[in-house]
Ligand binder design. Structure first.
Ligand code: ZN
Length: 557
């Protein structure tokens, strides 16, 4: 699963009710460059100097395999993509070049930042079935077909790693990916095996060999398990994973790859934070009976730097974090692994967060924005999901916060992870786990970061949860609007507001108080005029980044 912001952005930019609009013209070369300019170009570099020679070779090969995933993903998005990309490649006019660039950015002729609006002439609307289901079939026909199958066969036909095609008799046939994409997957498997021979890390070798095997046998189970256990200097993720392109059933996995290298300093920091979590839980600003005296084991989190991304992992918005696998069998047995892409976050910080800070923060606070204070809350957010109330008792009944809070659950849980993360970081500062100097940058950076999240709208839990926090801080004088339209942080009041909001949310969760939760969200998970004014002034700031994989290019040259 992907950082939710990708989905949010699409929803946010879509007006809630779309009035009948005259069709907009197909963009010309100048308009296409303006669209592409929403993505600020950035060189993605990774320092590989500490990497031994064999591992460097083991890194080069997955980049080659990842390029194959790009081509496979294009085919999966739409059956017409292959032919269209060839046509665009041949068109050497300025318009043709601009079209090719935006086509590759979006992995198809539809604008992923603008409700999938076609930006090339003569293309259909984006097919919600992508290329996973038989040409000309309806959703109902496929659904009826799946229903008609015996259980085991239905599981295969409706599963992650098969496509459905017309058979010669006009019925439907189930085709495994290993057959549908045979040539490309055989090449990818061969390259991964070369990488497996090169590496000296046993866990990495096991993953690469098993994933190569999976490409040929279509059985991904063992390689997914090997990926979960992987904790080596190289962290490749490659294969069919996310199901967003299948808008009919969210069932079919799209090809993608992230080729990454572990970030050791951040990994040590994460271990330091993790060791403090019971202390944080023991001091949460809630009634003692709501605290958990023994926290359970943590799901694995890896902090890495991205060398290369392709396919579903490199279309439209750049993925900054992901959670895999999606296969419920693995999730049930082993949980899932969260991977944070630090250099991608850093690029977003430089290209989007700093410009946002220039527009919305007071002059004094602008000078107090730092990457470390952008990234640490993102890491701690993930950890904090494990703290606070989860299993609760309501009226003598054993239940969960999720069940009791219903549709309010996600927004409150995201806001909780954010605000209690600030609470935890302040405690780390006070106990010397992180340096005292962070206190100076933590809150102003967080304020700019809240405006960044708010830009993506209220359609999703993260955006709504941000609005809730921002309004809580405004109402308590922790964030102060200035005459010139900027906002200033009052650190003393901010610390108090972080404590009071953590208490408010976690107490609603502990009591399973759905009425209270709904009331809080109705009042505060809104964009007030003062916030809307700031959002309006952010219009010219890039929405995201366009990474150039310069280290990967140097490696494979
Ligand atoms: Zn979260």
């Amino acid at each position: 699963m992907r950082n939710a912001l990708a989905a949010v952005l699409l929803a946010a930019l879509a007006p809630a009710a779309v009035p009948a609009e005259p069709p907009r013209p197909i963009p010309d070369a100048a308009a296409l460059s303006r669209l592409e300019a929403q993505y600020a170009p950035v060189d993605l570099r990774v320092d590989l100097s500490a990497l031994p020679g064999p591992e460097r070779l083991a890194l080069t090969k997955p980049v080659e395999a990842a390029r194959i995933m790009d081509a496979l993903f294009l085919r999966q998005v739409w059956s017409g993509n292959d032919e269209l990309s060839l046509r665009l490649l041949e068109d050497t006019t300025a318009l043709g070049q601009a079209r090719l660039i935006y086509f590759l950015r979006n992995k198809g002729p539809w604008d992923r930042l603008d409700q999938m609006r076609p930006f090339l002439p003569g293309v259909p609307a984006k097919p919600p079935a992508a290329d996973f289901y038989p040409a000309g079939a309806t959703r109902e026909e496929v659904q009826a077909y799946l229903k008609s199958l015996p259980d085991a066969e239905r599981e295969r036909a409706g599963g992650f790693f098969t496509v459905l095609r017309r058979d010669p008799a006009g019925g439907i046939a189930v085709v495994p990916y290993s057959v549908e994409y045979q040539g490309a997957l055989a090449r990818a498997a061969a390259v991964l095996r070369e990488a497996a021979r090169a590496t000296e890390a046993p866990a990495l070798r096991a993953f690469l060999e098993k994933r190569a095997e999976a490409f040929l046998t279509n059985d991904y189970y063992a390689s997914d398990l090997a990926w979960m256990e992987l904790d080596s200097a190289l962290e490749p993720t490659i294969g069919p994973y996310e199901v967003y392109e299948d808008e009919w059933f969210n069932a079919k996995a799209a090809f993608e790859a992230f080729v990454c290298v572990r970030d050791d300093p951040e990994t040590r920091k994460l271990a330091r934070f993790s060791a403090e979590l019971q202390d944080v839980e023991d001091h949460l600003p809630i009634a003692a009976e709501h605290r958990n005296p023994r926290l359970g084991a943590l799901a694995p989190i890896r902090v890495v730097n991205e060398i290369f991304a392709s396919g579903d992992a490199n279309r439209g918005l750049a993925t900054a974090a992901f959670n895999l696998p999606n296969d419920e069998r693995i999730v049930h047995e082993k949980g899932s692994k969260r991977v944070m892409l630090k250099n991608v976050q850093q690029a977003k910080f430089e290209k989007a967060l700093l410009p946002i800070a220039q527009v919305v923060l007071s002059i004094e606070d602008r000078a107090r924005v730092a990457f470390e204070s952008f990234f640490a809350p993102i890491l701690v957010h993930e950890l904090m999901h494990g703290l606070g109330p989860h299993r609760i008792t309501v009226g003598g009944r054993s239940t969960t916060v999720r069940q009791e809070l219903q549709e309010s659950y996600s927004v409150l849980e995201e806001a909780k992870a954010d605000v209690s993360g600030l609470f935890a970081l302040q405690r780390f500062i006070d106990r010397g786990v992180v340096e005292r100097s962070m206190e100076r940058t933590l809150y102003p950076t967080y304020l700019a970061s809240m405006f960044r999240s708010l830009r993506f709208g209220l359609a999703d839990a993260h955006g709504s949860g941000t609005a809730l926090q921002l309004n809580w801080f405004l109402d308590r004088g922790a964030v102060v609007p200035r005459q010139d339209g900027t906002f200033a942080v009052n650190v003393k009041k901010m610390k108090e507001a972080v404590v009071s909001l953590t208490r408010e949310i976690m107490t609603l969760q502990a009591k399973g108080d759905v009425g209270g939760a709904r009331d809080l969200l109705r009042r505060l998970a809104v964009v007030r005029p003062v916030l809307q004014g700031a959002l309006d002034r952010l219009r010219g700031v890039p929405v995201d980044i366009a990474p150039r994989f310069v280290t990967a290019e140097e490696l494979t040259r």
